[in-house]
Every structure is written in C-alpha cells, then in structure tokens.
Design a protein around this ligand. Structure first.
Ligand SMILES: NC(=O)c1ccc[n+]([C@@H]2O[C@H](COP(=O)([O-])OP(=O)(O)OC[C@H]3O[C@@H](n4cnc5c(N)ncnc54)[C@H](O)[C@@H]3O)[C@@H](O)[C@H]2O)c1
Ligand SMILES: O=C(O)CC[C@@H](O)C(=O)O
Length: 528
C-alpha cells in the first residue's frame, strides 16, 4: 500500500487528493527522532514550514520518492541530501504569493499607523490619540529588496497607493524594472533613501545577515523595515537595538532565524515600534487551499509515475517539458543504456551530441536522461532524473554537450552518445521518427536501422561469408529466438556490426560460444 505522511497541518483539499492514491497519515508535531523512526514506511512526505527534513531523516527514508513542501521556501529541506538519494522535492511557487504580499503590506500599514499598539492600549482601557499619530504611505519611498513574485505584487499595490518605488534585485533587468515603474538602485543607496523597506528575497549564504547593524545605521531615523521573507536575513539582535535606540523608526517581522521565536529573544523585549507575527505570511484560507492542492496533485502524479510541475531539484525538467520531449527523453535514456552496455565498464567521458533539429531542444533534460540510462545499468532503480547528474559528477564522469544544428541526417534530427572508458570508445546514434518510434541509426559509426527491444545482441565482426549463419546456429542451439536482425558495414569484407533483437535473454554460456566464432571481435548482450 502506498503511504503518504503529512507532518504539518495542511488544508483538507490536499488530503482528499492524496487519499485518491494512497493511505494518508496525518501526524503533526512529530519530534525529529520520531519522524526518523517512522519515515522508512512512507513513499511520500508532505510538509509546511513546521517540519525540518534533515539529511539524517532522508537517510532513514528507504522508500521515500517525493517530499512536497506546501509553500515556496524549501530551506527546511536538505535538498542536496534528497537529490543524492534520488528523492524529488516539489513546492508551490505561486500558491501563497498574494497572501505573503498582502501580509507585508499589512505589516507596513500596521507600522505606519501603530495599529497593534493602539489596539493593545485601547483594550487595556486607554483612549490615547496623541501617542499613536501615524504617517501616510502616500508619496513615501518604498524600497523592495527582491523583486520576484511577492516583491512585484507588493510593488504594484504600493504604486497604486501612491508610493514611489525603489528596488534592489541583482537578477532583474532594467527593462523589467522600467516596465514596473520601479527605480533600480544598489542596496546601499536603497537603504539610505527609502522610507519603508520590505524584504522579499530568499535566505541563502549570500543573504544571511544581509541586514546587519552597519546597514541599519545607514537608514533614515524615520524609516521602517519589514521582513516577511525569511528569518536570518536580518540580524535580530541588531534590529532590536536599532528600534529600541531610535536608529530607525520601526520594524515588523513575520519570520525569524529560529522558529518558533525563542522566549528570551531580544525582539520580545522591545515594547514600542516593533510588530511581530508568528510566520503568518502564507496563512490565509485561500493560500492554504492553493498550496495544498498544488503540492498534493504533484505528489499524486509522481506516485502514479507522472512528472511533477514544480520540481525543485530537477532544474529545467518540469511536467510540460517532459510531456513535450517524451519520445526524445526516452531515446536519450535508451541510447544511454545501450552505450553503457557496449562499453561494458566504467565510462570516464560521455559526449552528448544534439544534431540537426535535435539541437533546437533544451539540452539539459536530454543530458540528464542520457545519464540516467547510462548509470541505470550499474545502479538500477536507485538512479532517476533527480540524482543522475550528481551521481555522474560523483563518479568523475566528464560530460560534454555539443549542438550541431547544421547536421541534416534525419528530418527530426538525431542524438549521438559517445563514451570513453578504459575498455575503449563506443558511440550510438538514434532518432525519433515521425510516428514517435525510436530508432537506433548507427553503432560505432556503422549505419543500422533498429527498433530498440528488451533483449538484444550487438556484435562487431569481420564481414565474411558464413559468420551470420554461425551466430544464428549458436542462438538456435541455446533455444534463443531471433525476432529481427540488422547488419551494418561501411565497406565490403571490412568490419561490420550486427544487431539482433531477441525474444529471450542471453545466457553467459551462449555468449562464450558467440565469442568463440572465428571473425567475431566483440559481442555485447543488451537488456533494456
Ligand atoms: N512569510 C511567509 O509566510 C512567506 C510566504 C511565501 C514566501 N515567503 C518567502 O518570500 C521570499 C520571496 O518569495 P517569492 O515567491 O517572491 O520568490 P521569487 O523567487 O519569486 O523572488 C525572489 C527574488 O529575490 C531575488 N534575489 C535573490 N537573491 C537576491 C539578493 N541577494 N538580493 C536581492 N534580491 C535577490 C531574486 O532575483 C528574485 O527576484 C522567499 O524567501 C520565500 O521563502 C515567505
Ligand atoms: O507554511 C507556511 O505557513 C509558511 C510558508 C512560507 O514561508 C513559504 O515559504 O511558502
């Protein structure tokens, strides 16, 4: 029975989707050691930000095929460890964009009009209209750090509110910024000029403690900071001090370096001008339904053997690409299996050559498929689209990608894989014909026209009378039935290759007899 563990609270709509294909166990708040103990039973894990999936947990996850993060950030998942183990990580890149953007705007308005503090004072019996005089956002400068999905929505709404938009995002083009009526500035200038600063960038080694004491000191004393992105981007102790001492006019945080926020965090001692929420950015009914459906559908699809649309650890290979390139990926995988079985040993270099029309397809998915096929000969089912590139790298396999658009061999182009190993070099070429059929079109540069089949035998031999008959007789003596046969040669009575499609696997004793035939130079059984 396929089993999915849901270890954080998710919307029922997600549970309903998962229940179509699996037994769903909802067990929230598990301590890490307990999660480690039970994870081995599960095929899929669905989480929000509450569960941290460490390398240790992934190590114990013997059956796990997919981790689904119902949200954007996957910083609570050890993605490299998952990749290494061949576990797919998927997220919901857009399901909570609006929710997070609106929370950042809510925090900005809370700061400018002192809403939380005025509320607390009124609830405590007060009627204080002097202390809580605010400021308008209208005509103020808003600095957006990280102009991605959430930052862009904040920018659009803030523009409509009459704010002047500044932004810092090293990956956004001046054209895009101009289109959004946003002035791109270096980070230091943005911090010095803005009246409000809102952070919408990921936490990475580059952005950790980006907003530190020194940067906070460059802000205007009237300026305010909002972080609804990720904890750890702001130095919390430095921020508490800057707000307390009036270095800046206020700050609002939704996310923290360590969550839940420690009881003794210096942030909890700041009584005024600081607004804290407990990671509520994505907590709207709408966003929770969106992300639960988005991620549950991907888990369901992957458990059914279909591709995921938002895979974090297979760059460039989403469901759309996989559907479009399906026969081409199958060809790359098949050629990968063929070349590794022809090589018969550890391959040190693989050249992936996209010829003619093939060169118009994205290279990366085809390379991954070729590596998956190639490595599956030795590693079996443990190799997949997730870990193929990493495994190849770990094994020191040098991968070369060549695009030769000028080649005109087949209408749809062709794909050639060439391997180098201590036992010699081999190459196989294949094409996808108009009917979607795969063909092997050359082996070691000898032209053939072979439809790949489950059991095959490849020989390299002298082109001389009688040799084909002898091979046929040996197969017959071993009760191995030939389904089809192809011979390829470049010159008469020179070297030749033969490809036999067989109905049965080749026993080792048969292979020894084939090798013993006079004129046979190489014989390789292939199983696809
Ligand atoms: N508080 C919440 O509940 C909540 C909810 C959703 C998302 N988030 C967080 O919000 C952040 C943004 O999410 P998104 O969906 O907009 O992501 P996104 O990928 O669409 O945008 C991120 C932007 O940050 C930019 N960026 C990367 N490094 C940068 C750097 N060093 N300096 C400046 N910009 C940089 C990128 O170019 C990109 O444009 C993420 O950290 C995400 O985890 C928080
Ligand atoms: O799960 C949550 O509520 C937070 C999600 C949010 O931080 C995200 O990165 O999508």
């Amino acid at each position: 029975m396929t089993k999915v563990l849901v270890s954080d609270p998710i919307d029922q709509a997600g549970i309903d989707i998962l229940s179509q294909v699996a037994q769903v166990d909802l067990r929230t708040g598990l301590p890490p050691e307990q999660l480690r103990e039970i994870i081995g039973d599960y095929d899929a894990l669905m989480i929000r930000s509450g569960t941290t999936v460490t390398a240790d947990i992934i190590e114990a996850a013997d059956k796990l095929r997919i981790i689904g993060r119902a949200g954007v950030g996957v910083d609570n998942v050890d993605v490299p460890a998952a990749t290494k183990r061949g576990v797919l990580v998927v997220n919901s890149p857009e399901g909570n964009t609006i929710a997070a953007a609106e929370h950042a705007l809510a925090l900005m308005l809370s700061l400018s009009r002192h809403v939380p503090h005025a509320h607390a004072s009124t609830m405590a019996g007060g009627w204080d209209r002097k202390t809580y005089v605010g400021n308008e956002l209208y005509k103020k400068k808003l600095g957006v750090v990280g102009l991605g999905k959430i930052g862009s929505h904040v920018a659009r709404v803030a523009t409509a509110m009459g704010m002047e938009l500044l932004a810092y995002d090293p990956f956004v083009s001046p054209e895009r910024a101009q289109q959004m009526q946003v002035k791109l500035l270096p980070l230091a200038e943005l911090f010095a000029e803005a009246d409000y600063i809102t952070l919408h960038l990921p936490r990475t080694p580059d952005t950790e403690n980006l907003v530190n004491a020194a940067l906070l000191r460059t802000m205007k004393p009237t300026a305010r900071l909002v972080n609804c992105a990720r904890g750890g981007i702001v130095d919390e102790a430095a921020l508490a001090e800057a707000v307390e001492q009036g270095v800046i006019a206020g700050a609002a945080l939704d996310v923290y370096a360590k969550e839940p926020l420690a009881a003794d965090s210096p942030l909890r001692t700041v009584r005024e001008r600081l607004v804290l929420t407990p990671h509520l950015g994505a907590s709207t009914t709408e966003a929770q339904e969106n992300v639960a459906i988005d991620v549950a559908e991907q888990i369901r699809d992957v458990l059914l053997g279909l591709p995921a649309r938002s895979a974090v650890n297979i760059p460039g290979l989403n469901a759309e690409v996989m559907e479009q390139l399906k026969p081409h990926l199958q060809l790359a995988e098949t050629l990968g299996q063929l070349v590794s079985q022809l090589a018969g040993g550890a391959i040190s270099e693989l050249e992936v050559r996209l010829q003619g029309e093939f060169a118009s397809h994205p290279t990366q998915p085809l390379v991954v498929a070729a590596l998956k096929g190639m490595l599956s000969t030795a590693l079996g089912d443990s190799i997949n689209y997730v870990n193929a590139s990493l495994e190849a790298k770990d094994r020191g396999i040098h991968v070369l990608e060549v695009k030769d658009a000028a080649s005109r061999d087949y209408a749809g182009g062709s794909l050639q894989l060439s391997s180098r190993s201590s036992k010699g070099n081999h190459s196989v070429t294949g094409a996808v014909f108009a009917d979607g059929e795969l063909r092997v079109t050359s082996i070691d540069e000898f032209p053939v026209n072979v439809t790949p089949s489950r059991h095959m035998l490849f020989t390299r031999h002298r082109d001389m009378p009688g040799i084909i008959g002898q091979i046929g007789s040996v197969l017959g003596e071993h009760n191995v039935n030939i389904a089809s046969m192809q011979v390829g040669r470049r010159i008469v009575r020179g070297d030749a290759v033969m490809v036999l499609s067989l109905d049965d696997p080749i026993p080792p004793s048969l292979l020894a007899c084939v090798h013993a035939i006079n004129g046979i130079q190489e014989a390789h059984p292939v199983t696809l």
